[in-house]
Design a binder for this molecule. Sequence first.
Ligand code: AP5
Ligand code: MG
Length: 190
Amino acid sequence: MKNLIIFGPPGAGKGTQAAFIVKRYRLAHLSSGDILRRELKNGTLGKKIKAYQDGGRLAPNALVIAMIERVMKRKIKGAGFIFDGYPRTLRQAKALDKFFQTHKTSLNLVLNLKLREKDARDRLLARGRDTGRSDDNAETIKKRFSVYRRQTRPLLKYYRARKKVIDLDGRPAIEKIARTIRAILAEKLT
Ligand code: AP5
Ligand code: MG
């Protein structure tokens, strides 16, 4: 079983690159943002989630961990997972380690896509115009970045201490980054 985390700030390209990786390695793509967005139509819970997302704040750990683990359990017999946008807090990282331990598997790699706020903002504003994703507006993007710096980026220290992190430049074209990732995975996952 192979387990990867694709890490990085909002707009770094986590979802875009994860889509290439799942195709090649038959991993299950677990995007906590997508999983939360799928619940938006779900009554009171949906309203709460929308408030967190539109405010650019993290949804509560207990809720996110429970949702992710529900999907993981369903796919535990598969080839492995790629986590996209998860974990985002130390609580979530520890819950993930515990899940791996319970299921006698482990984390292979953290791919860290690096992108500056200015570059990410331009991408997200463009997507906001094209798709209408409600948190892709200037104010929420700014908040998402500050939450990333304060609550999520510190996790890199946790994973660096475990020698799991590979840093990648998030600026090149999508195809170019995908090629770089393919080469890394060919070396590290075999
Ligand atoms: P989430 O959905 O995870 O959003 P995010 O991390 O803020 O950022 P994105 O998904 O927008 O960026 P991405 O890195 O996936 O980039 P993408 O490939 O889409 O989270 C949303 C919200 O949900 C959070 O704010 C929070 O409220 C909640 N949430 C989620 N997870 C949570 C958790 N674990 N705990 C608590 N709360 C949680 O690319 C972005 C755009 O750029 C696209 O248009 C794409 O086409 C384009 N693009 C991609 N790569 C390139 C490139 N190389 N060159 C040019 N354009 C590119
Ligand atoms: Mg995403």
